[in-house]
Write a protein that binds this ligand. Structure first.
Ligand SMILES: [Zn+2]
Ligand SMILES: [Zn+2]
Length: 49
């Protein structure tokens, strides 16, 4: 489960391999399994995750 800085929690699964997406400070949202980078706007506060 990912937690945004605004407190919104969301489970994101990779569209390629189905593994949970992780947040890394340098890369942002990324799949630790296949390396797919995900761009997402937080549904809670409307800013970039
Ligand atoms: Zn993946
Ligand atoms: Zn947010």
């Amino acid at each position: 489960m990912l937690r945004h800085s605004c407190g919104y929690e969301l489970e994101i699964l990779c569209r390629n391999c189905g593994k949970p997406i992780e947040y890394r400070s340098r890369q942002g949202l990324i799949c630790p399994n296949c390396g797919r980078v995900v761009t997402l706007v937080c549904p809670g506060c409307g800013t970039k995750w």
